[in-house]
Design a protein around this ligand. Structure first.
Ligand code: SAH
Ligand code: SF4
Length: 356
């Protein structure tokens, strides 16, 4: 049996330490006749100091650490490869405890250090332009696998730039709203004062548009921001690019976003990748302006397409891009052109994890 399989079997029979809250840990330590404050120590190692092994919990005796190792699993991710872009972007391929690959990116700009994290291994939604969309969905990531990406990218940020992360975007591999429970729990951990205490206003979850789950976010009163990957302002074009539009069309999304905004007042951004001769004409821009007026959004991010091998899309000429964004700006749309980052390092979503 391969080492990874043995590891996987062990993990299946042990309890995951990071699923225990503080009172539960206290009960456990009492049950093994250890002092209750050990629970606080372990909890701090897990959530304040973000260690990823029992051996790093150096204020516990060796014997106790070994006992914990026997009883609990610690489903951590490890760094497989990190690519450094000339523009300062760092892209990391992570390996999960059961041997799957996924990726996270650290994007530095003048004012921000943003971590882009994955929520699933692969994706079931098969958007035509996306490298992750060419893969099957293998499984959801657990909340602690998402949390670990943030912790590792923060360590990289401190090392490379001497600054902690300032923002987090759920724009890596996978559809966050199809891994709803774990995505929300990871954000709860990141924003908890027991750990990072990051403001939810600095976190953005990007979705391809699952109307029912957008409304659920509203009902749950979340405090983070939402980005909708729109990419086309008419149903026919959008369905061709993104099959999810067949069952979650634009009118359903408009309704769901209005509901979300009414319930939460959180920021909504629209993401629009420009594809040459597909969605980059002035008529497309006109349709986009009309749709923009129906959505309580404050910004359209026009995104430069990052080419993916084997995919028949390319980005438009500079002139077309400028005409498109200028049209929006002339029609009182708050628009920002987002240049592709890490062009030299497979930085588009799913490009690195999909590479052998
Ligand atoms: N599944 C979610 C979040 C992950 S994708 C979603 O679709 O929103 C994050 C963003 O990257 C989306 O806006 C997606 O459309 C965009 N994207 C995917 N492939 C890309 C590429 N090759 N170039 C530029 N953006 C890309
Ligand atoms: Fe999945 Fe988002 Fe890629 Fe579409 S763009 S395939 S939803 S990760």
């Amino acid at each position: 049996m391969a080492a990874e399989e043995v590891n996987y079997l062990c993990i299946m029979t042990k309890k995951n330490i990071r699923e225990f809250n503080l009172p539960e840990l206290k009960t456990y330590f009492e049950s093994i006749e250890e002092k209750k404050f050990r629970a606080i120590q372990v909890y701090e190692w897990l959530w304040k100091k973000n260690v990823r092994s029992f051996s790093e919990m150096t204020n516990l005796s060796l014997e106790l650490r070994e006992k914990l190792m026997d009883v609990f699993s610690f489903n951590v991710i490890t760094t497989d490869i990190t690519q450094h872009s000339l523009d300062g972007t760092l892209k990391t391929r992570f390996k999960t405890y059961d041997g799957h690959l996924m990726e996270g990116v650290l994007i530095p700009t003048e004012k921000r250090f943003t971590a882009c994290v994955s929520s699933q291994i692969g994706c079931s939604l098969a958007c035509k332009f996306c490298a992750t969309g060419q893969m099957e969905r293998i499984r959801n990531l657990s909340f602690e696998e998402i949390y670990d990406q943030v912790a590792i990218l923060n360590e990289q940020c401190l090392l490379a730039y001497d600054k902690p992360l300032s923002n987090i975007v759920y724009m890596g591999m996978g559809e966050p709203l199809l891994n709803y429970k774990h995505v929300l729990k990871s954000i709860e951990r990141i924003t908890s004062t027991e750990s990072w205490g990051m403001s939810p206003k600095r976190i953005t979850v990007s979705t391809s548009g699952i109307a029912k789950m957008i409304k659920q976010l509203g009902d749950d009163g979340v405090r983070f921001n939402l980005a909708l990957s729109l990419h086309a302002a008419d149903d026919k074009k959008r369905s061709e690019l993104m099959p999810i539009n067949d069952t979650n069309n634009l009118s359903q999304l408009v309704e769901a976003l209005n509901y979300f905004y009414q319930k939460t007042k959180n920021d909504i951004t629209l993401e629009y990748i420009l594809f040459k001769n597909i969605n980059d004409s002035i008529e497309d821009a006109q349709r986009l302006v009309t749709l923009y007026r129906q959505i309580p959004t404050h910004l359209i991010n026009v995104i430069e397409y990052n080419p993916v091998a084997g995919v028949p899309f390319i980005k438009p000429e500079e002139e077309t891009t400028n005409m498109f964004t200028q049209y929006l700006a002339n029609h009182r749309v708050n628009v920002r052109l987002r240049r592709s980052r890490g062009k030299d390092i497979d930085a588009a979503c799913g490009q690195l994890a999909n590479k052998s």
